[in-house]
Design a protein around this ligand. Structure first.
Ligand SMILES: NC(=O)c1ccc[n+]([C@@H]2O[C@H](COP(=O)([O-])OP(=O)(O)OC[C@H]3O[C@@H](n4cnc5c(N)ncnc54)[C@H](O)[C@@H]3O)[C@@H](O)[C@H]2O)c1
Length: 297
């Protein structure tokens, strides 16, 4: 007896079912569908921390995958030159995607909710959220860690991630079509970086891992999926603060993973598109580690 069918892909028939249907009906011409499953055609999304670094790289990947509009939220009033050049590149892709920018501080809950509502009003949908805004401070002794600095890191890395997810999630609920929320955590939420005194950062990232699981459990029935993505060492402005000032760290960090090198921002393009798209439609409450194997040692 065939098991009860509980869900059907919008691209059905897919996979083996497509093969069986083609064998029954000679007029069906087999064609690959795997990249259609990754396509983000007409989707709308928000990427916090999207002015530069991993956020901007991910926003571009979502645009290349066919999103209608990706809104980058970040602190500066106007976006940086790199962002402007990336927007121009998106305009030339010819797939109709738009890269937009809004000056938003993710620690301001009501403001970010309101910004997302304005986007919902305009676009009449919300499908993807990438909460990538984050900060890392200089080494600070855990036994005398100052209260204000500890709170500041948590305000951005934990509270700000929640507020961003709420802002997009409220719009996903409003339009009733589900969605994918991706919280950018870090391998530092699961492991401690050798010889680095980063207790505030590491603690804030651990909180993000549990936030993703917790939200996933509350929102699963609404088909709003929530996962965390935990990168390993990747060269961006955040890590440049260490790597440029202490060049010996490049070799040290590289030797901490089995691949013997640090990662590139573009090496997160595939995983973010997979998580944002229907190709990951049964994935929620998971943490995806992309660390060159750092965590495996
Ligand atoms: N680079 C790495 O090796 C690495 C590894 C693991 C995780 N991460 C995480 O990836 C995310 C992106 O980091 P990145 O490496 O691209 O760093 P980055 O410093 O280049 O980018 C972070 C962005 O967040 C923005 N931001 C900071 N506070 C904000 C606020 N209150 N409101 C809105 N935006 C704010 C910054 O302006 C900046 O544009 C962070 O959450 C970081 O912790 C990075």
């Amino acid at each position: 007896m065939a098991p009860a069918v509980q869900s059907v892909s919008p691209l059905a028939p897919l996979g083996v079912n497509a093969a069986l249907e083609a064998s029954r009906n000679a007029s069906i011409k087999p064609s690959p569908k795997i990249f259609e499953e990754f396509a983000l055609t007409d989707r709308v999304g928000i990427v916090s921390g999207g002015n530069r670094g991993l956020g901007l790289e991910m926003a571009l990947a979502l645009c290349e995958a066919g999103a209608r509009a990706i809104y980058c939220f970040d602190l500066p009033e106007t976006p940086c030159e790199e962002w402007v050049k990336t927007k121009e590149f998106v305009e030339k892709l010819g797939n109709g995607a738009r890269l937009e920018y809004d000056s938003v501080d993710v620690t301001k809950q009501k403001e970010i909710w309101e910004k997302a509502k304005v986007i919902g009003d305009k676009e009449q949908r919300m499908d993807v959220c990438v909460a990538a805004a984050g900060i890392l401070k200089a080494h600070t002794d855990c036994l005398t860690y100052p209260e204000e600095q500890f709170k500041q890191v948590h305000d951005v890395n934990t509270n700000g991630v929640l507020f961003t997810a709420q802002a997009a999630g409220q719009q996903m609920r409003r339009f009733g079509k589900g969605g994918s929320i991706i919280l950018i955590a870090s391998m530092s939420g699961s492991i401690t970086n050798k010889d680095h005194a980063w207790v505030s950062y590491n603690t804030s990232k651990s909180a993000v891992l549990q936030m993703a699981r917790s939200m996933a459990c509350e929102l699963g029935k609404e088909n709003i999926r929530v996962n965390s993505l935990s990168p390993g060492h990747i060269y961006t402005s955040m890590t440049a603060a260490y790597l440029d000032a202490q060049p010996h760290l490049l070799e040290k960090w590289s030797n901490l993973n089995p691949m013997g090198r640090i990662g590139r921002p573009d090496e997160l393009r595939g995983v973010i598109t997979w998580l944002a798209s229907d190709a990951s439609s049964f994935c929620t409450g998971s943490d995806i580690l992309v660390s060159g194997g750092h965590h495996a040692w």
